[in-house]
Design a protein around this ligand. Structure first.
Ligand code: MN
Length: 191
């Protein structure tokens, strides 16, 4: 396959821009957003970093509008295998309630420093990272910016995937893994 003009003009060891005529694949780490109907409904945003899932709880869920800043409270790391979990956590257990895989896919770290990409572990320590999501509902760049303590903001970057008119949290509520709603997952677990 011939190189595109886009590729020829860029040294991808030096630029964080995407080297993408190929689809995201198995080399990229995964992300998942789990809608969690616990004591209060929230969205658990998780990024695979070094084999574990860095996690934030987003009360209002992610937005596709760059003007919307969404509070994202950092929570404990989860094992990578948790990305596949959809079901009901029983009463009395930590996080009791129904979990639905709201979106998932691969992501790229596109955090910049002067001379190229900033490693994601360093970006996390800095409290500033940029990721490009390749999900089923969400795509394009998102910024995660630490404010104070465990409080971060998740903000859509102003790129081709930004869209102030979309509101996938309300218009696309169901699971990308099973097509089920929270109510259906809860009912099947109880049956
Ligand atoms: Mn949760």
């Amino acid at each position: 396959m011939p190189e595109s003009a886009y590729q020829k003009r860029r040294d991808f060891s030096r630029t964080p821009e995407p080297d993408r005529d190929k689809p995201p694949g198995g080399d990229d780490p995964l992300f998942v957003i789990q809608k969690h109907d616990a004591s209060t409904l929230h969205y658990d945003f998780r990024l695979e970093v070094d084999g574990t899932l860095k996690s934030w709880a987003i009360p209002k869920g992610p937005s596709t509008d760059p003007r919307e800043k969404r509070l994202a409270v950092m929570t404990e790391d989860h094992p990578r295998a948790y990305a596949d979990f959809e079901g009901v956590i029983p009463e009395g257990e930590y996080g009791a309630g129904t979990v639905l895989i709201w979106d998932r896919g691969r992501y790229e770290n596109i955090t910049r420093k002067e001379d190229g990409l900033r490693a994601i572990g360093d970006a996390l320590k800095d409290g500033h990272l940029l990721v490009r999501l390749h999900g089923e509902k969400l795509s394009g760049g998102y910024a995660l910016q630490r404010m104070e303590g465990d409080d971060w903001l998740l903000i859509k970057m102003d790129d081709d995937a930004a869209d102030a008119r979309r509101n996938p949290v309300s218009t696309e509520p169901d699971s990308v893994a099973s097509g089920r709603s929270l109510e259906e997952i809860a009912a099947e677990a109880g049956a």
